[in-house]
Design a protein around this ligand. Structure first.
Ligand code: DX5
Ligand code: ZN
Length: 215
């Protein structure tokens, strides 16, 4: 089943509660929250305090995407803020298995993100531990970037490996997803679509959500 996760990075933060209600009415499945620290990526967004405020505005599961160095130090505060999914970037984890175990110890879903230039092979040893494999389809840091098509074979390879080994990990894609690129990633095997600009910069959010789901 395809699940849609609007990325609030592209929403109007002056009216964040209204924006959340608007996407809720379109029947979206998760809210994707992009945490950036100005070190792992060249941009700074928000931390646990804002995640908590957002959690108080919605019943939707919060899909928290950590684009930060040293994620272990912040796992507990993001869990306390209401994260349902906590995804770390593989490139920021020196001891990935330890970080995954730490997240699991708090009984939330755990994800691991791979940048476009990072090979699927690197995540294979821990894939059985994951609820979510997040394949970045842009270089992380900003919304509104162009989809990187060369990531498609990695999605196909990941889907094949997950099916062959009967693993539970869902495949999420993030970056430059719109109704056109959605067709490509769904065909390759992605089942959670993170979508920022295509929803929040459109006039009719629900029309885009519907188009993203359509095959
Ligand atoms: C990029 C973020 C994404 C991004 C998606 O670093 O992880 O979640 O905001 O936005 P669009 O869909 O506009 O590429
Ligand atoms: Zn993201």
């Amino acid at each position: 089943m395809i699940r849609i996760a609007p990325s609030l990075l592209s929403a109007d933060f002056r009216n964040i509660e209204k924006e959340i209600k608007k996407v809720e009415r379109c029947g979206v499945d998760l809210l994707h929250l992009d945490t950036m620290d100005g070190h792992f990526v060249p941009n700074i967004t928000f931390g646990p305090m804002i995640v908590k405020a957002i959690n108080e505005c919605t019943k939707l599961p919060l899909d928290v995407h950590l684009m930060i160095e040293n994620p272990d130090s912040y796992v507990e505060s993001f869990v306390k803020s209401g994260a349902d999914y906590l995804t770390v970037s593989i490139e920021a984890c020196r001891h990935l298995h330890r970080t995954i175990s730490l997240i699991k110890s708090f009984d939330v879903k755990v994800g691991c993100a791979l940048n476009p230039a990072t090979s699927f092979c690197l995540v294979k040893p821990v894939l059985q531990e994951l609820d979510l494999l997040l394949l970045m389809t842009v270089n992380p840091g900003f919304g509104g970037q162009k989809f990187i098509e060369s990531v498609l074979p990695k999605i196909t390879r990941s889907r094949k490996f997950i099916e062959e080994n009967k693993l539970k990990a869902e495949i999420e894609v993030d970056g430059g997803i719109n109704p056109q690129t959605a067709q490509l990633v769904k065909k390759a095997g992605a089942n959670i679509l993170v979508v920022g600009d295509a929803i929040f910069k459109s006039k009719n959010y629900c029309q885009i959500v519907k188009a993203l789901r359509a095959s």
